[in-house]
Design a protein around this ligand. Structure first.
Ligand SMILES: NC(=O)c1ccc[n+]([C@@H]2O[C@H](COP(=O)([O-])OP(=O)(O)OC[C@H]3O[C@@H](n4cnc5c(N)ncnc54)[C@H](OP(=O)(O)O)[C@@H]3O)[C@@H](O)[C@H]2O)c1
Length: 288
C-alpha cells in the first residue's frame, strides 16, 4: 500500500508555519513541522541527512530571514538563509523529485507602479531583504525543480510578532499612535494563505516546472488605514495619526506601492480571496 503523502514544513514555528499547522489538520497528508533546531535550512549537511530520513513528497519552505531592517547590516545571514539555502533546498528537491512551495515577498518590487503588480512585472528591490528574497526566487527557478513561488505581502497571524500584535500592544500603552500613510499595499492573513497552499498541494499536478504567483488578501490600504481598522475592530480607545515615510526613517527602504495582482492564482487554482478587513476581523475575534 502507498504511504500517505508526506509534507515537510520548514520554519514551522513562524507565523505561516503555525497557520499551516492550524489549517492542515483536516487534510489527509502527513505533516512534519521543523524549525531551525532540527532542520536549519542553512546547514546543508543537516538538510541532506534530514531529507534522507524523512523522505518528503512536498516541502513548504516557510523558513526565512524576515527582519527587514536588520538585514541591512546582517547581509551575510540574510543572503545565507534567503538566497543560498533556497538554492540548496531547490537542488535537493530537483534531485529527489520533491514538490517545493517557496514563499517570497512584495518587497522584490520598487513600488513605482501605479497599478497592481503582475508576476512578470520588472523587479527592482530597494532593500537587502528584497534583494536576498529575489535572488532566492531566481535560484529556485535555475534549479529546475517542480514547485511554486508565492509572493505575499504584509503577513500577519494571530500569534507572532507582526503589525497587528504591535498595534494592539501599543494601543494599550499609549493614547495615540503615528503610522505611515504613504505606503500602500494589501495585508495577508496567514490563515488564508495557508488554505491556498493546501489548494495548491491538492492541485500540484497542474504545475509544470516552477510557477510564480502573487497572493494577498483583496483590497488595498495604507499602514495608517490598516492601523485604524485594527484599533476600530478591537474597540481600543487609542487615536491613530497619519505620518509620512520621510518622518519615520527606517534602515531599509520600503516600496511606496506594493499591491499584488492576484488574477493568476485565482484563475489557476479556482480560489476566491477574502477582503483584508474581513480576515482582520476574524483574526481579532480569535485573539479575543
Ligand atoms: N512577515 C511578512 O510581513 C512577510 C511579507 C511578505 C513575505 N513574507 C515571507 O513569508 C514567509 C513566512 O514569513 P513569516 O512571517 O511566517 O516569518 P517568521 O514568522 O519570521 O518565521 C520564519 C521562521 O523561519 C525560521 N528560520 C529562520 N532561519 C531559519 C533557518 N536557517 N532554518 C530553519 N528555519 C529558520 C524562524 O525561526 P527563528 O525565529 O528561530 O529564527 C521562524 O520560525 C517568509 O518567506 C517571508 O519572507 C513575509
Amino acid at each position: 500500500m502507498r504511504e500517505m503523502c508526506k509534507v515537510l514544513v520548514t520554519g514551522g514555528n513562524g507565523q505561516l508555519g503555525r497557520a499551516i499547522k492550524d489549517v492542515s489538520k483536516k487534510y489527509k497528508y502527513e505533516f512534519i513541522y521543523t524549525d531551525t533546531e532540527e532542520f536549519d535550512i542553512a546547514d546543508f549537511d543537516q538538510v541532506s541527512s534530514a531529507l534522507d530520513k524523512i523522505k518528503p513528497d512536498i516541502i513548504i519552505n516557510c523558513a526565512a530571514y524576515t527582519a527587514v531592517d536588520n538585514a541591512e547590516e546582517d547581509q551575510d545571514t540574510a543572503f545565507l538563509i534567503n538566497t543560498e539555502a533556497v538554492e540548496n533546498l531547490a537542488n535537493q528537491c530537483y534531485e529527489r523529485n520533491i514538490f517545493l512551495i517557496h514563499i517570497s515577498t512584495d518587497y522584490v518590487f520598487d513600488g513605482r507602479n501605479f497599478k497592481p503588480y503582475k508576476e512578470h512585472d520588472p523587479t527592482n528591490p530597494l532593500s537587502v531583504y528584497g534583494i536576498s528574497k529575489l535572488s532566492g526566487e531566481r535560484n529556485m527557478i535555475m534549479a529546475s525543480c517542480n514547485g511554486v513561488i508565492i509572493r505575499t505581502s504584509w503577513l500577519y497571524y494571530k500569534n507572532g510578532n507582526n503589525f497587528v500584535s504591535t498595534m494592539l500592544r501599543l494601543a494599550d500603552e499609549r493614547k495615540s499612535l503615528n503610522v505611515v500613510c504613504d505606503q500602500i499595499g494589501s495585508p495577508t492573513y496567514a490563515g488564508d494563505l495557508a488554505h491556498v497552499i493546501m489548494k495548491i498541494i491538492e492541485n500540484r499536478s497542474l504545475v509544470s516546472d516552477v510557477e510564480t504567483y502573487h497572493y494577498s488578501n483583496e483590497g488595498v490600504c495604507s499602514w495608517y488605514d490598516f492601523a485604524t481598522a485594527i484599533i476600530d475592530i478591537a474597540e481600543k480607545k487609542c487615536k491613530v495619526m497619519p505620518l509620512k515615510s520621510s518622518e519615520y526613517p527606517t534602515r531599509a527602504q520600503r516600496p511606496h506601492y506594493s499591491v499584488l495582482d492576484k488574477s493568476s492564482i485565482k484563475e489557476k487554482f479556482g480560489i476566491t480571496i477574502p477582503n483584508w478587513r474581513d480576515s482582520l476581523a476574524n483574526c481579532i475575534k480569535e485573539l479575543k
